[in-house]
Design a protein around this ligand. Structure first.
Ligand SMILES: Nc1ncnc2c1ncn2[C@@H]1O[C@H](COP(=O)(O)OP(=O)(O)OP(=O)(O)O)[C@@H](O)[C@H]1O
Ligand SMILES: [Mg+2]
Length: 383
């Protein structure tokens, strides 16, 4: 249930955000969707694309960070676009027309071989660019691939929506030139909506800064946490609907323990539900929640120990302070003395390292441990 993109019925809140995203994409806007990790961007995107697909829009969804090189990304992107062409033969012709023939190699289409598609979605033909060797080849190819969505909209006579998830990874491919090429292409595509989603807010915000290609390219949506009380009600209701009666306050306790992070809320709720079901009971109590928490902490003990071992002593001290002080006032003389943190610059260096390693994240009102289980472990098992 958790760790995957959630089905609509398992989706809490986000009504306003979903509505806005669908409306913007339907208007062929180029939307930037930004939040820290695991706030629910991908889930929101999938839901928006599904809603649009039901209305006849062609949707394409690519996770930029899953490719090991720029060319691999271009191949994957072209393939995903070709898969939106339902008839295999037409997809091949279409690709051949659109891409300089010396560069593209189009492999067998699994649909044609009438094999069941591996991942539910028809995979389309495999596309590879083995002859793209020089930088010039690659940028010509990129220009052609980035133009494909508009061609798709044209030939199929349907609106197209493209989601590029984990978009911050684009910066790692080829420096600024990818951004320029992509921006130039999407700007011209009046029938294609885009959503660029990224989970490293600082990288994404920098991409939108003045003098960068995507400056003012389109609306920016910053996803917040789901309001705690709504999420708590949602969790309680999910227990009830599965025939299990939650003790009053259970949903709220789960949301609080999970730091109100959607992923952690779902994980803790699911594990608690599993615990209760395993005992064949119909009531889920706060006690069950705490038992579940202890079990999960024990299961992850080795991993948390390894994380802890990797940290320098100042980083350990600062991590403990983040946990015990709820992430605020870490530079104050009082907190530094109480937790023996050393001078402000030592604290800042340690914090920066913890953020870079994704152990701690910066939130509007201070710092927080990314993994709420690690937070509980630090609070209970370190000194
Ligand atoms: N609105 C929601 N209601 C209930 N659960 C949600 C909701 N949004 C997200 N989740 C839960 O949080 C998990 C993480 O969500 P998702 O993968 O969409 O986040 P993300 O922001 O894309 O994360 P990442 O930055 O790591 O890619 C999901 O697997 C799901 O369990
Ligand atoms: Mg995601």
């Amino acid at each position: 249930m958790y760790g995957e993109v959630v089905p609509a019925a398992a989706f809490a809140d986000r009504v306003v955000e979903l509505d806005r995203l669908v409306r913007d994409l339907a208007a062929a806007q180029k939307v930037f969707l930004i939040s820290p990790r695991r706030y629910g961007k991908s889930s929101l995107i999938r839901l928006a694309l599904a809603a649009m697909a039901r209305r006849g829009v062609l949707t394409v969804d690519v996770t930029v960070s899953s490719f090991s090189s720029y060319v691999a990304f271009l191949e994957g992107y072209a393939r995903a676009l070709a898969a939106a062409e339902t008839r295999a033969e037409r997809a091949r012709t279409w690709l051949r027309d659109a891409i300089s023939s010396t560069l593209v190699e189009i492999g067998p289409d699994l649909r044609a071989a009438s094999l069941p598609p591996a991942g539910g979605r028809p995979p389309g033909p495999t596309v590879s660019f083995p002859n793209a060797r020089t930088d010039r080849d690659v940028s010509r190819l990129a220009e052609e691939v980035f133009a494909l969505p508009a061609r798709l909209a044209d030939t199929r006579r349907r609106p197209v929506v493209v989601a590029l998830d984990e978009f911050q990874a684009i910066a790692g491919f080829n420096g600024g030139s990818v951004e320029h090429a992509l921006r130039a292409a999407v700007q011209r595509q009046r029938d294609v909506g885009y959503v660029f989603a990224g989970s490293e807010p600082s990288l994404m915000e920098r991409m939108l800064a003045a003098r960068r290609p995507f400056y003012k390219a389109g609306p920016v949506m910053r996803l917040d946490k789901i309001p705690a009380d709504e999420f708590a009600t949602f969790v309680d209701r999910r227990f009830l609907r599965s025939g299990m009666k939650p003790e009053p306050g259970l949903g709220a306790a789960i949301v609080e323990l999970a730091g109100n992070l959607p992923y952690d809320v779902q994980r803790l709720a699911h594990e608690t539900w599993d615990e209760v079901r395993g005992r064949n009971r119909r009531r889920a109590t706060l006690d069950d929640l705490h038992q579940t928490l202890w079990r999960m902490l024990a299961e992850q003990q080795t991993m948390f120990e390894a994380t802890w071992q990797r940290l320098t002593l100042p980083q350990r001290a600062v991590l403990r302070a983040v946990v015990l002080e709820q992430g605020t006032e870490l530079l104050s003389a009082d907190v530094r003395t109480r937790h023996r943190l050393g001078g402000p610059s030592t604290v800042q260096t340690a914090l920066a390292a913890l953020v870079r390693d994704d152990v701690v994240t910066r939130e509007p009102d201070g710092y927080a441990v990314v993994d709420s289980l690690l937070r509980e472990w630090v609070a209970r098992q370190t000194f």
